[in-house]
Write a protein that binds this ligand. Structure first.
Ligand SMILES: [Zn+2]
Length: 71
């Protein structure tokens, strides 16, 4: 599942603990589009997994602007 900033989470966490909300920006998580097979050959998906050290956890309600959260 992916948010508008392209943060990506596994379906289990997105639908489960995260409740469909990106823990980074507070945005909606939706199904990540499937890359067409022909493009996948030329532009393969990353094989590097980036994991949150403490696992996924739901967060407080989203700020109006994700940039404000970082400040
Ligand atoms: Zn996000």
């Amino acid at each position: 599942m992916i948010c508008t900033f392209e943060c990506t989470f596994c379906a289990d966490c997105a639908a489960g603990v995260l409740g469909g909300v990106c823990p980074n920006c507070g945005g909606e998580l939706v199904r990540r589009p499937v890359r067409p097979a022909g493009k996948l050959a030329r532009f393969p998906a990353s094989t590097t997994r980036v994991l949150k050290p403490d696992g996924c956890a739901a967060v407080a309600p989203p700020a109006a602007d994700p940039e404000e959260r970082a400040a």
